[in-house]
Ligand binder design. Structure first.
Ligand code: KE4
Length: 426
């Protein structure tokens, strides 16, 4: 069965034929390729075509697909049991491992997705502070919980408005929207909502409007404003956690958040999320405290096995991060050089194994400038690269993920395909 036939079947039984919207290729046209298998840095579609994978399941596959050590651990655990719904040693091991690797973590709770991690962390922040309002940033994505599917209301000083149908105004009104990299926009919201703000949630590196790095002083400024106003700082590290080094973005930038949220890498490809941070805050979470949060498959033993194995490899092999940095740098420098060679301006951003190519002449530092990218040109570029066996995220506003399984030869092959695109299209 080829992708086309599968997609025709899929759209009959699933909204848009997919289980997550970005996969439907709506932003780039064409039809999604259906994946049959994956190994290392490669994925293979149902027609047997091989692609160098620059999505890596949107981040979890930092070691590459089907790392033997992860697969072996998962298979071994499955022989013993798939799910217990009761405490297991693996959950204790996972919590201890995360706390050992991330200095700001004193207590953690496992959940089943990044969305769950963020919605639970927000509830804990509201329960701990007794305040209702939260600040998020335009262009940052924190999963699909109602309070986070909110866009800026008219003028940044007013409450947010729903960014999805089905989200009641009541859910959106307590979500205030600031501008990424604009600390004044945050200060204004604190001044206008004095003593009402429970937390500020931020992607310390914004990887859902493409890839936007924090400007010098931005994260430090958030830390100071939260301390000054008695609000909590939540780092959403679902993408950056354990990717920008073992200590994630918090370690990379030397900022201590009050709570952090995780997903993706900590599950090794299995459905896992987590939230955690200061013990006094996490102590409000049931059954210890009265902030309720629960989950049938939270701490699932098979998923814990996958996550523990992957995290232990990252902890014990710091050279992996050097390799990721080198691959990412090679890619970014190569792309900049190619477009310069052909006299075309693009904005290439990146940090470690995360990158983005924006088809705009502007410097991209926030949502407004990210949106100046020419998404039609991106779509043409995307389909050219897909045809040449490079699988990138099917949207200008997603990041490029490189894994430890990638090689310099892979990067150079992809750069060659980019040059072929520029040569015939620019
Ligand atoms: P999940 O519920 O999808 O596990 O995590 C939500 C989430 C939370 N926080 C951040 C910073 C995230 O990037 C995400 C999810 N990331 C997207 C990729 N941009 C997942 C891909 C998808 O939605 O299909």
């Amino acid at each position: 069965m080829k992708s086309k036939e599968l997609f025709e079947r899929a759209i009959k039984t699933m909204p848009g034929g997919v289980n997550s919207p970005v996969r439907a290729f709506g932003a780039v046209g064409g039809q999604p390729v259906f994946i049959e298998s994956a190994k290392g840095q490669y994925i293979y579609d149902v027609s047997g075509k091989e692609y160098i994978d620059y999505v890596g399941s949107w981040g979890p596959m930092i070691l590459g697909h089907n790392d033997e050590r992860v697969v072996e651990a998962v298979v071994k655990q499955m022989q013993k049991g798939i799910s217990y719904g009761a405490p297991s040693e693996l959950e204790v091991e996972m919590a201890e491992l995360m706390i050992d690797m991330v200095p700001s973590l004193e207590m953690v709770r496992m959940v089943n997705s990044g969305t769950e991690a963020v919605m639970s962390a927000i509830r804990a922040a509201r329960g701990f502070t007794g305040r209702d309002k939260i600040i998020k940033f335009e262009g940052c994505y924190h999963g699909h919980a109602d309070a986070l599917l909110v866009k800026a209301g008219s003028g940044v000083m007013t409450a947010g408005v729903p960014d999805s149908s089905g989200v009641p105004e009541g859910c959106a009104k307590d979500t205030l929207i600031a501008e990424y990299n604009n600390i004044q926009s945050v200060e204004c919201l604190f001044d206008k909502n004095y003593n009402e703000i429970a937390c500020v949630i931020v992607e310390p590196v914004a990887a859902n409007m493409g890839l936007v790095l924090p400007k010098t002083g931005f994260l430090e400024g958030l830390r100071k404003l939260c301390d000054k106003n008695g609000a909590l700082l939540i780092f959403d590290e679902v993408i950056t956690g354990f990717r920008l080094g073992a200590q994630g973005a918090a370690g990379y930038y030397g900022i201590k958040p009050d709570l952090s949220t995780y997903g993706k890498i900590i599950g090794g490809g299995m459905p896992v999320g987590a939230y955690g941070g200061r013990k006094d805050i996490m102590s409000v979470v049931a059954p210890l405290g009265n902030v309720y949060q629960a989950g049938t498959l939270s701490g699932n033993p098979v998923a814990m096995c996958a996550g523990i194995t992957q995290l232990k490899i990252l902890k014990e092999s710091p050279e992996i991060y050097t390799h990721l940095d080198n691959l990412g740098e090679r890619f970014r420098q190569g792309v900049r050089a190619l477009f310069k060679k052909y006299g075309k301006k693009v904005w290439v951003s990146g940090i470690g194994s995360l990158s983005c190519i924006y088809f705009t002449e502007n410097e991209v530092c926030d949502y407004r400038t990210a949106k100046t990218s020419d998404t039609k040109t991106f779509a043409k570029y995307f389909l050219h690269m897909l045809d040449r066996g490079n699988y990138f995220g099917p949207s200008q506003f997603e990041a490029i993920f490189i894994s430890a399984a990638h090689t310099m030869e892979n990067i150079d092959k992809t750069l060659g395909d980019i040059e072929a695109y520029i040569d015939v299209n620019i």
